[in-house]
Design a protein around this ligand. Structure first.
Ligand code: MSP
Length: 481
């Protein structure tokens, strides 16, 4: 693979329902990082997709009355088109029902087996379908899974187990020598103490009941068992590039939600160690988007549709709100009031107003390229440095705040200088040149966060040799009452 390759992934999403803004949030954060790397000249591979081999899929298809392949095709298409509508720049989309994935999973299974890390045993436990994982008795609240509010099912069957316990020391060594492996840092501490407490082997297959619809990837040489959906799903990150591709360049960043961090930061690295494959660079985890303090989720039916939000506020305003409002890694509550407040204050009155003001003043002028005043140069340099540093630390909200402080600087300049009153042509051109250059830099820096808005601003500023012509930028973000 060429140098300067950057490989980033999102989780693959279950197809038992349509996306809500919690899913969109994880995907938009990854998209911003992907666009940022691309803008810096890297060759970006950005993978997202759908996780289809789960029992949830079988139930959802049944509920909708569709034949299962028709159902999964329709849902995969729905997820894919949602990402297109939200300006997601993924370069690949993987479905776990695709042949390239099934072949890779079988190959991967063979590697775990060859390493002696799979064995058959009888298992008894409580299985939560929402989690697609076993859940401990002491985690239940009133007999229900605290997250999905459903009663887990008592399962007793023969399964293949993965020797996760064998990798405890190796994982702890790896964490000790890779201090950025999980971000934010507080989440990494949770992972480390979880592993320090000791690891149990995990069930890596499910018995295929003779009366149930055969679904999932069968265990090679033991078709009575289906590979456990997580042991199947995690491998998608390899399926997209092939085993050799992964060996040459594994994922640089897996962007996930905190609910699935253990799968990515504990089980997945252990699986890769067992298979003799390189580990990903980093796993970054976002917190939950809540509605009135409760996690937004399909099973609770409190999801907000990102396309509905985008239709009312715009795609970029939706992206902006999610990245600006919630400090990455923490939980954040979504409400229509907060959305409206940020929209009007930061977008209509902030960026939108600044772009309209500067372009209106500059549209009648013939501007010439020259030197910016030092305080403008400094403002732009400070903004660029801050955005680079903050994005490097996944502080999307602080990166945006740095851009907004450059906008405020420009606004103050217009007011203090009373630019609209300057009569001296030289002085007026200089002031406008400063402002237009600042607006242009703001637009360039914003491109990874708000691609459409960035394009609209950039398209209004035309440079022709030394001449700069500006077209009026009208109402990027009309006020919403
Ligand atoms: N299919 C698994 C992932 C397999 S990855 C190898 C899965 N799918 S999911 O559709 O249930 O959720 C995927 C991700 O969506 C979560 O990990 C998280 O990143 C994101 N979110 C889902 N609900 C969310 C919120 N309410 N808030 C923030 N992120 C949320 O788990």
């Amino acid at each position: 693979m060429p140098a300067g390759r950057f490989y980033i992934t999102t989780p693959i999403y279950y197809v038992n329902d349509k996306p809500h803004i919690g899913h969109a949030y994880t995907t938009i954060a990854a998209d911003t990082l992907a666009r940022w790397r691309e803008a810096r000249g890297e060759d970006v591979l950005f993978l997202t997709g759908t996780d289809e081999n789960s029992q949830k899929t079988v139930e959802a298809a049944k509920k909708s009355g569709e034949e299962i392949h028709r159902y999964t095709d329709r849902l995969a298409e729905l997820w894919q088109s949602t990402w297109v509508k939200l300006g997601i720049s993924n370069t690949d989309f993987i479905r776990t029902t695709e042949e390239r994935h099934i072949a890779t999973v079988k190959d991967f299974w063979g590697r775990l087996e060859a390493a002696g890390d799979l064995y058959k045993d009888r298992y008894e436990g409580l299985y939560c379908k929402g989690h697609e994982a076993f859940i401990k008795e002491d985690e239940l609240v009133n007999g229900l899974c605290p997250e999905h509010k459903t009663k887990p099912e008592l399962v007793s069957e023969e399964n293949y187990f993965f020797r996760l316990s064998k990798y405890q020391a190796q994982l702890l060594d790896f964490y000790a020598t890779h201090e950025d492996f999980v971000a934010p840092a507080n989440r990494f501490n949770e992972v480390k103490s979880f592993v320090e407490r000791g690891l149990e082997d995990v069930s890596f297959s499910r018995e295929l009941k003779p009366d149930a619809e055969p679904w999932g990837i069968p265990v090679p040489k033991d078709p009575g068992q289906a590979i456990y959906v997580w042991a199947d799903a995690l491998v998608n990150y390899i399926s997209a590039v092939g085993i050799e591709g992964w060996e040459e360049h594994p994922a640089d960043i897996h962007a996930v939600g905190k609910d699935i961090l253990r799968f990515h930061a504990v089980i997945w690295p252990a699986m890769l160690m067992s298979a003799g494959l390189p580990l990903p660079g980093q796993v970054i985890a976002n917190g939950f988007i809540t509605a009135n303090g409760v996690k937004m989720s399909k099973s609770l039916g409190n999801g907000v549709d990102p396309l509905d939000l985008a239709a009312r506020y715009g795609v970029d305003a939706t992206r902006y709100f999610l990245l600006r409002e919630i400090p990455y890694g923490e939980d954040g509550d979504f409400s229509e009031e907060k959305m409206k407040e940020r929209y009007n204050a930061d977008l209509a009155n902030g960026l939108g107003n600044f772009a309209a003001r500067v372009s209106t003043l500059a549209e009648k002028e013939m501007l010439k390229n020259s030197e910016m005043d030092v305080d403008f140069k400094k403002t732009i340099a400070d903004m660029d440095r801050a955005v680079r540093e903050k994005l490097g630390a996944f502080k999307f909200n602080e990166a945006l705040a740095a851009i907004w402080s450059a906008i405020s600087f420009g606004d103050r300049y217009v007011n203090e200088k009373k630019v609209w009153e300057i009569k001296n042509p030289g002085e007026r051109s200089r002031a406008l040149f400063n402002l237009v250059s600042l607006l242009e830099s703001v637009a360039a820096t914003l491109a990874s966060f708000m691609p459409e808005t960035s394009k609209k601003i950039t398209a209004a500023i035309e440079r022709n040799g030394d001449e700069i012509k500006v077209k009026k930028i009208e109402a990027l973000f009309p006020r919403i009452s």
